[in-house]
Design a protein around this ligand. Sequence first.
Ligand code: FMN
Length: 221
Amino acid sequence: MAGSVEWDDAEIDQRLLARVLGSDIKNIHAVWVNLRYCVFIVNLIKGGYIMKVLVTYFSQSGNTEKIAKGIWEEASQANEADLKKLEDVAAEDFAGYDFIFIGSPLHSANLAAPVKAFLTNIQAGSDQKMAGFITHSAPAYPDQDMDAFTEPIKAACKEKGIEYKGCFDCQGALTESMHEAVQKKHNLSDEQWAGMVKQMTGHPNEEDVANAKACAKEVLG
Ligand SMILES: Cc1cc2nc3c(=O)[nH]c(=O)nc-3n(C[C@H](O)[C@H](O)[C@H](O)COP(=O)(O)O)c2cc1C
């Protein structure tokens, strides 16, 4: 209409607010802008915070690496996630992450030596969380054995003030060059050994990777 002033909805709201409060329109505008900014920040804190996630691992024949990639894919869905071999992570880089997944094969009923060394050298930041993942050629281990294997991760978390979030584990086929030695060590017949090889072949398989992803999703929250 000629001569009329066109306001958008926000302006009308501000002018109504100014009338109700009896205040100057410029001050009300400043309050309005600050209010909107506060709502934006609150929303960001409530649901929009993007975590920095590190998935790091040691792997000689690719089994632990396969699980690491699955966990990284899952973590990348809603976070900023990096996938790095353990040797590519400097101890001081660790502090820049909110959540760290650390992966190791089982070596003689222990975490691999480079993983244990890494855990002792961590330079932790604040409010960090960590979870482990382990692959092993044995079909499964009882809980008490897993508790013992994960002890170095738990101890590092306790010492450095990191929240420990648990550990995923699954089977990973033994590399062929070790078959003869392991069969001899455990004094297994050819038949028994053939059964074990059949059982471990193909692990970690798609189901193992899917389980690792589900586990990662749960601990990331
Ligand atoms: C030196 C050595 C020691 C191992 N000791 C064990 C063991 O104590 N228990 C077990 O279940 N698997 C053992 N394994 C098998 C590996 O843990 C398993 O194959 C793992 O998935 C290998 O992971 P990677 O391919 O990421 O290196 C051993 C393998 C190696 C090379």
